[in-house]
Design a protein around this ligand. Structure first.
Ligand code: NAD
Ligand code: ZN
Length: 253
């Protein structure tokens, strides 16, 4: 499918939004790049700099846990102050207008929550990096708490009082997808009338199955992404422009 120019794309998107009662946005790293958080697969993205640490390696080795936390605190210095962008704000406006029953996100940056969408209506497929949990007893930990102990121990990742390992509440490669989030994402995808992919290369499965599910259940499909995706051919509208530019007209507050 050919992507229209920006004004045409915005007009078509407005028609689709106006004609829909249940819009489900599916967001990826691309919605947060204008907030200063790089995505994975664009040139110079995180992917090309350091190979992510597998879940198995995190569990197996103290050195890997130390490294995972070292990287996490480094990220905090760079992206800790990120604020929602125009894409997040547009979705929050549409949410408040009663158009969005829930947002499905692959992001771990908490920016949909910060934009004002209630946490219970945000389905996080890959978890959240702004807090940590014990892998054994599920107790929550603030990052500051972890950081204090990490620093005091000369860069050694602390464990929980139960003996379990403490990890950011994200889903690593090799770690099971959260069942409840997968279930809710599946329900939202099946029940919506407009499914809008925003800033995802759609290459990570099983998450990428949701646009397909929505389409198979009769929803219209919009893909807003700078690069082509494997799903462009089945989309009703493909927007290749900057996400912030495409969604800014939908920021109404
Ligand atoms: P990805 O990096 O694979 O894809 C992002 C896509 O967004 C790319 O195709 C890119 O062309 C596009 N894009 C980037 N900025 C854009 C812009 N301003 N306008 C239009 N398009 C833009 O990201 P993904 O598919 O979300 O998968 C990567 C995984 O890595 C995610 O599942 C997530 O867990 C994790 N991740 C999260 C964050 C975050 O939380 N902000 C950042 C990086 C990676
Ligand atoms: Zn514990």
């Amino acid at each position: 499918m050919l992507a229209p120019d920006l004004p045409t794309a915005i007009a078509q998107l407005r028609d689709l939004i106006d004609g829909s009662d249940a819009i489900v946005p599916f967001t990826g790293a691309g919605i947060s790049t204008e907030c200063g958080i790089p995505d994975f697969r664009s040139p110079g993205g995180l992917w090309t700099r350091a190979r992510p640490i597998d879940f198995g390696d995190f569990i197996a080795s103290q050195a890997m846990r130390d490294e995972a936390w070292r990287r996490r605190f480094l990220m905090q210095e760079h992206f800790g102050g990120a604020r929602p962008g125009r894409g997040h704000r547009a979705l929050a406006c549409l949410y408040r207008a009663g158009k969005i029953p829930g947002v499905i996100t692959q992001n771990i940056d908490n920016l949909h929550q910060v934009s004002g969408i209630p946490p219970q209506d945000i389905v996080e497929l890959h978890g959240n990096t702004t807090y940590a949990t014990c892998l054994d007893c599920a107790r929550h930990y603030q990052l500051d708490w972890v950081r204090e102990r990490f620093d005091a121990a000369g860069g050694r990742a602390p464990d929980c009082s139960c003996g379990g390992h403490i990890k950011t509440a994200t889903v690593s490669f090799g770690q099971a997808m959260p069942e409840d989030a997968m279930q809710r994402a599946s329900e939202l995808s099946a029940a919506c009338d407009l499914f809008v992919v925003i800033g995802s290369s759609l290459v990570v499965w099983p998450a990428a199955g949701f646009p397909l599910k929505a389409k198979q259940n009769g929803a219209r499909l919009v893909i807003i992404n700078r690069e082509p995706t494997d799903f462009d051919d089945i989309a009703d509208l493909v927007v290749r422009d900057d996400i912030g530019d495409a969604l800014a007209p939908f920021v109404t507050d």
